[in-house]
Write a protein that binds this ligand. Sequence first.
Ligand code: 26Q
Length: 823
Amino acid sequence: MTTREPDQALSVDDLKEKILTHLHVSLGTDRNKASRQAWWRAICSAVNESVFDGLRRTQRTHYKEDTRAVHYFSVEYLMGRLLSSNLHNLGCYQAVADAVEQLGLNLSDLEEQEEDMALGNGGLGRLAACYIDSLATLNYPAVGYGIHYEHGLFQQTFQDGRQIERPDSWREYGNPWEICRPESIQEVAVYGRVETQHDPNGKMTKIWHPGRTIKGVPWDIPVVGYNGSSVNVLRLWESRASDFFNWDVFNSGGYIDAARENVEAETISMVLYPNDETDRGKELRLIQQYFFCSCSLKDIIRRYKRAHGDDWSQFSEQVVIQLNDTHPAIAIPELMRILVDRAGMPWEEAWDICTDVFAYTNHTLLPEALETWSVAMLSKVLPRHMEIIEEIDRRFLVEEVEIMWPGDEGKKRELSILENGGHPRVRMGHLSVVGSFKVNGVAAVHSNLVKTDLFPDMVKLWPDKFVNVTNGVTPRRWIKACNPRLATFLDDQVGDNWPAHLEDLKKLKAKADDKAVQKAFMEIKQQAKIDLASTIRHLTGIQVNPKAIFDVQIKRLHEYKRQHLNLLHILLLYRRILQNPDYDIHPRVFIFGAKAAPGYHLAKEIIYAINKVGEKINHDRRVRNLIKVIFLPNYRVSLAEKIIPAADVSEQISTAGKEASGTGNMKLSMNGALTVGTLDGANIEIAEEVGEDNIAIFGLDVDGVKALDRDGYNSRDYYDNNEELKAVLDWLEGSYFTPSNPGELAIIKHSLLDHGDPYKVLADFEGYVAAQEKIDGWYRDPSVWAKKALINIAGMGKFSSDRSIQDYVRQVWKLEPCNIADK
Ligand code: 26Q
C-alpha cells in the first residue's frame, strides 16, 4: 500500500498477507478463532503501515522546509470512524475490500466494529474534521489541536420515547489510530496568586505562583489527505497528574490528599461538555479550554524554537492560529503571558505578535451562546490571565475607542471586553475580535450579521478585519465513502476527478434532462433507501416503504432548528388523512435524528412528542401507510453516513438569521436530496447555486424576522386565523397521543402560544405547508424529481471543504502548499 503511486499499490495478495501477519503478530490470534474486532484491528494495523510512514515523511518534510503552518484550535473534533475514510484517501479501498473478501469476510461488516470518535457536539466539531481532511488533501502544513476526551458525546437511547443518556467510551479497548507521544508532554499551571516585583530600574515584573500544575500528554491521530500525499496530525491533549506531584508524603493524610488531587487533574480531559445551557460558566470547562490552549501554544513554541532559537522575529511569519469559535480564546492572553512574563518582551511587541497570529471564526449569533466568563472565576483559576485581559482592555479603550469616539463613555461600555455590572464578566467574543487580525462568519448572510448586529462598532474600528468564509464539507467522506454507488455513477458521468475537484460536478447539469441518466440516478437512490429501510428495521423494528419519499431532518435538537415545525406539519397530514379517506399524497417517511443537550428540557420534550406522535401514526391503520415517523436513536457521524445517501428531502427549516451556516444541508444536497428550507445560513447560497426551481424555499427572511420583532409578533394571531394550525396545536394538549398521561405534550403548544414563540414557528407554518405540497407535486413525476436532484448535485461544487480551505488560505492564513518528499 504505497500512498504515492496507486498503480504500484500492493496487490490483493500482498494485502491478505499483511492482514494475516498483523492478526498473528499484532493481535496474537489466528484466523480460525479471530473475532470480528480482531480482524478489524488487523486491517487497521496493516493500513497504519502506510499511514504512519506518510506521517513520518510529512513531518520530516515540514521540518526540513521550515514551512509556515496553520494551527487549528478547537475544543471539538467529530471524526466519526476512520477506517473507510483512510482507505479511500489512500486509494486502496477496493483492494482491501477484495482482500478481506478473499479472507472470507466483508469489509462493510467489519467497519461496523469501529466506535465513532465523537469528540464533538455537532456542526462545529464536524467542520473541524472536514477542514483537517481538506488541509491534508491540499498539502497545506497544518496541525489540529484539541482535547483527548476519555468520553465523547453521550450515547442516546429512548425509553418510552424519552431520551436517556449513557456514557460514550470510544477507546475502552484501545484505539488503533492514535499514537501517544510522551516525549512531547507539557506542564500547565492553574490557580495560585500573582506577585508584583520591581527591579532596580523600576521595571515591573509579574510572577505567577501557581496553585497546581497538570501534565498534558499528547495523542496524535494521523490525518490522511486524499491521494495520500500529506499526512497531517490531529494532536489531542490528555490531562494527567503532574510528575512534580507530591506522592512522597509519608503521612497517610497527605497521601490520600495527593491521590484526590491526582484524580482531579485527570478529570480535566475526562468528558466533553454537551453544549448545555446548564453547563455554561462551569469552572471545569474553563480549565479544559485553558489546558489545551496552553499545551498547544507551548508545543508550537517548542517547535518554533527548534528552528529559530530565541529570535521571535519570525514567529508570526511561521505561525497562524485559527480559533474555532471563542472556546479557545484564552489562548490570546496565554500567548501574551508567555511573551511578556516568560520571554521578557515589551507589551507592545508581544501584542503585535499576538494580533498577527490569531484569527477567529464566529459560529453563532444566539445571545445565550456567546461565551462570557465571570471575572471572579477567571481571577481564581487564572489570576495572571485576568490581569492581562484587563490590560488588553484598558489599552484597547484608550488607544482605539477613545481615539475614534473621544469622550464617548457609552461606546466604551459597549465595546469593552469587560461587561460591567454587579458581577462583571469577560466577553470572549470581544476579546477574540480585539486579539485577532481576521474575524470570519461561516456563510455570507451570517458574516454580514456578524458585522451589522454583533460587532458593528468593531467594524468601524477595523473594517478590513471582517471576512466571510462559507463552510464546506469533504466530498471524500460525504459522497465517495458513504455513497459508493453514487460515486461510481459520478465517475461515469463527470470523470473521476470530482472528489478533489468538486466543481467538476457541474458537468452533470447538461445531463439532467437525459432520461437514462435520470433513471440511473433514481435506481441508485432506490438502492440506498432499501439499505436504510433495513437499518431502520434493525434499529426500531419498524418496516418502512422504500418507495415512499424519505424526508430527513438530522441535526442537534434545538428550538431554533424547529423540529417542532416539522412535527406540526406531520400532525396536519395525519389530521387530513383521518378527515378525508381519499386524501391523496405520495407516501412519506419522516426520519429524524437528533440529540438534545441533557439539561435542555423543552428539546427533550420535543423528542418525546415526536416519538409519541410517531407511535400513534405508525400503528394507525387508517393512515394506510401514507405517512410514517421514525426517530432513529443515537444520531452520530456513522449514522449520518447511512441516512444521507437515502434522503429525498432535506429539512433545513431554522428561523432566518439563527443558523449560522448549516453543513448537513450541503451533505444532503450533494447526495441528491431536495431542500425544504428557509433563507438562512448556507441555504441561501445553495439556492443561488441550484436555482429557485430546484429548492423549496419558504418563510420569513432575515428582514422579515426583524420586522416582526420590531413591530411586535403575536403568535396567537396565526393560531386564531388558521383552523388547521389551531386544531393540531389543540390536539397536542389532550390525551390522544399520551393516553396514560393526558396533557404531556401541551408544553409545546404553550411554548408557541404562551411563551411568545421566540423562533416564529407559527409565522412560518403556512409557508412551510405550501413548500411541502410543492415537494409532493414534484415527486409525483419521477423525471421532474430526478432532474431537480441531479441539478442539486451538479450545483454542489462550491460546498467542498477544499474551497473553504482555499478561501481561508487566501484571505486569512497565507499558506503555501508543500509537496511531501518520498523518503
Ligand atoms: C458552550 C459553553 C459550554 C458548553 C458547550 C458550549 C458549546 C459547545 C458547542 C457551544 C457551541 C457549540 C457548537 C456550536 C456549533 O456547532 N455551531 C454550528 O457550527 C456550524 C459550523 O460552522 C454551523 O454550520 C452551524 O450553523 C452552527 O450552529
